[in-house]
Design a protein around this ligand. Structure first.
Ligand code: UDP
Length: 386
């Protein structure tokens, strides 16, 4: 009977669920049952092989980038790495611009050559210096680069991606994108930028290789909810509002549709990612071979179409969703005490986090589960002794 044999019920086999199950087996010898309604583990970090033979990511590009030596060391137990070179450009006004905005972008955009100091002075003239503390993503971009670059690179892309103006999104959304006065053309800043050498799927398989971990795929938590009573805890990594049957209302999520197009040519784009801020219905195109390192005579490009319905990929960071999420957080706090259910990850904490932050969140969740379990053990022992 499942009930007697399970220490942890892990709902969701993404990076958080896999990390906690791995930690639980290794550090405590706990048995975990990992359930996922998809037919694979790894969450959105999943790769497959397109019929053309080209390796692709099923849910859009997933880049391993981190400044955390501990995250890199941890994941390195399960995979070898190849260097990740994540370069993106923006297609607008009939040409490609370096993006995030760097010295070259400013030269391309303003049609003049610039030293870093000249570029700083130029943006100082362009940016809105009256905005000391940006309250939303529009103000954040205006305060950094001014209206011309905002209109060209951010406004259209963000409206498409989020279905709302940047003025209705927290500053942190566009704040993910740096502005540089160098010619560094990498998309992100982190010190370590790598890709699993053999893809994500073998990495997650190794994480869950312990005989203490059982994986149940294609299974909905609702089917198990009343049947399985884990001895230690339940870890929920799905959408927080779903756990509570949306009883306070539905949190907004953004989703994506992916269209994979194969081309009979070795390369289609000069870099892995091209962003489209204009009228195209898609936000970006991803040519995976640039980061998987695969050599192949054909290529596949994935086009991303933002949607307001479908699988939840992104929480929508805004004032109203923050209020609703805060109410759900209180329910989650109660569930932790009453049901020993813990919430961690992008969906369960309604947080727009990257892969390395998800690993760190999983470490924290495991520590919390362990600490509470040790405390309750100590209480029981004291009661028995007294
Ligand atoms: N963004 C933009 N123009 C771009 C790329 C990004 O305005 O060309 C904004 C947009 O709001 C996006 C956010 O910056 O949602 C964060 O971009 P990132 O590429 O980090 O998004 P993710 O890879 O998480 O989808």
């Amino acid at each position: 009977m499942v009930e007697a044999d399970i220490d942890l019920l892990v709902v969701g086999g993404g990076i958080v669920g896999c990390t906690v199950a791995e930690r639980a087996a290794r550090e405590r010898g706990w048995r975990s049952l990992v359930v996922d309604r998809r037919n694979h583990v790894g969450g959105n970090c999943h790769d497959g092989v397109h019929e053309s033979g080209v390796r692709v990511h099923t849910y859009g590009p997933q880049y391993v980038r981190t400044d955390s030596a501990s995250v890199l060391a941890y994941l390195s137990r399960f995979t070898e790495w190849i260097p990740g070179r994540y370069v993106a450009k923006v297609a607008t006004r009939g040409r490609l611009f370096d993006f995030p905005v760097n010295l070259t972008t400013l030269e391309q955009f303003y049609g003049t050559s610039l030293t870093p100091d000249e570029a700083r002075r130029l943006l100082d003239e362009k940016r809105d210096r009256t905005i000391a503390t940006p309250r939303n993503s529009e103000e954040l971009v205006l305060s950094r680069v001014g209206r011309e670059l905002y209109e060209a690179f951010y406004a259209g892309y963000t409206c498409k991606q989020w279905g709302r103006s940047p003025a209705l999104l927290d500053p942190s959304v566009c704040g993910r994108i740096p502005v540089r006065f160098t010619r560094d053309e990498r998309y992100v800043e982190q010190r370590h930028q790598v890709m699993p050498r053999d893809g994500y799927t073998p990495m997650f398989r190794r994480m869950l290789a312990s005989p203490l971990v059982t994986v149940l795929l294609g299974c909905d938590f609702a089917e198990l909810r009343d049947a399985v009573r884990p001895r230690v805890a339940t870890l929920w990594t799905g959408p927080i509002d779903e756990y509570f049957d949306h009883r306070l209302g539905r949190l907004p999520w953004r989703s994506l549709d992916f269209e994979l197009v194969a081309y009979e040519q070795e390369w289609r784009q000069p870099c892995v990612q091209i962003n489209y801020p204009d009228e195209q219905p898609y936000t970006r195109s991803i040519e995976y071979k640039h980061v998987t390192g695969q050599r192949h005579p054909a290529t596949v490009v994935g086009y991303e179409y933002p949607r307001s319905t479908g699988e939840p990929f992104y929480p929508v960071p805004s004032a109203e969703s923050r209020r609703l999420h805060a109410a759900y957080r209180e329910l989650a706090e109660d569930a932790r005490h009453a049901e020993r259910t813990y919430f961690a990850g992008r969906l369960a904490t309604y947080a727009y986090i990257n892969m390395d932050q998800a690993v760190l969140a999983a470490f924290d969740a495991f520590t919390a589960i362990e600490r509470d379990w040790l405390a309750s053990h100590a209480r029981r022992a004291a009661a028995a002794g007294g």
